[in-house]
Design a protein. Structure first.
Length: 247
């Protein structure tokens, strides 16, 4: 595993919610459009001054604390989540909590009190596209141990998970190994397309190539607890920033 580090400051992406459904053997089916890297389980849309305003997850990476992602589910937003494809190990993330543009908006809306984090990894194969032109991935998910608590403050909160770097590499390796065992035809298609022999498929350099060309790897952040707003029951996150390193 290399030690080159990256920091993501901004995603500019179309907003489309990914489809994630359970499958047998611990697999889930993830359907996404090519080029997408960021999704939310729900989004608040409202009308202000006659204009429809949507608080989508792309706001999490726009560098502007006045434009939050706001979940759109009933209730407090507990259980709602964002999924970010990184294709790199996540060593840390900074969270700017709430509707952080002003103290008034911050206290009126819900803020994060605790979140959980999980890794999502999987594979697709050449030509594995649905009738709606979604790329189909078979993924597995692994929770990072513990709840992560945030102060009731708009100041960025850093969560350091660099200690899990080795576990993240092992997790992706385990997913590739399981995929090769349970979907051998698809795995053979991947190896053939990349010109990799079955014997070479276990080597790290080839696993990295498989990840780059046919792999999905990312981080899911889920709302576990909130600080209640004085006026509104919508939970807001102003910004995220990820620190990444190579596999």
């Amino acid at each position: 595993m290399g030690n080159v580090r990256y920091t993501i400051f901004c995603f500019i992406l179309p907003l489309l919610l990914c489809r994630l459904s359970a499958d047998e053997g611990g697999w889930k089916k993830l359907e996404i459009r090519e080029g997408e890297s960021l999704w939310a389980s729900s989004v608040l849309t409202e009308t202000l001054g006659g204009l429809k305003v949507s608080y989508g997850p792309e706001a999490l990476f726009d560098g502007d604390i006045s434009t939050p992602w706001v979940e759109g589910a009933e209730g407090t937003g507990v259980g709602e989540n964002v999924l970010i494809q990184t294709r790199k190990i996540v060593s840390a993330l900074d969270i700017t909590n709430g509707f952080a543009s002003s103290s008034r908006l911050f206290t009126r809306n819900n803020r994060l009190r605790a979140v959980s984090l999980s890794l999502v990894a999987g594979l697709t194969a050449p030509g594995l596209v649905t009738e709606l032109d979604y790329i189909l991935y078979f993924v597995r998910e692994k929770e990072i141990s513990g709840d992560f608590f945030l102060k009731d403050s708009p100041s960025p909160r850093r969560i350091d998970i660099s200690s899990t770097s080795g576990e993240q590499v092992s997790f992706f390796d385990e997913v590739v190994t399981a995929f090769a065992r349970e979907y051998p035809d698809f795995y053979s298609m991947i190896l053939q397309d990349l010109g990799i022999s079955p014997e070479e498929g276990d080597a790290l350099m080839y696993r990295k190539l498989i990840l780059e060309m046919y792999g999905f790897y990312g981080l899911r952040l889920t709302i576990n607890e909130v600080y209640a707003g004085t006026h509104y029951n919508d939970t807001c996150i102003a910004e995220l920033k990820l620190e990444l390193e190579e596999f």
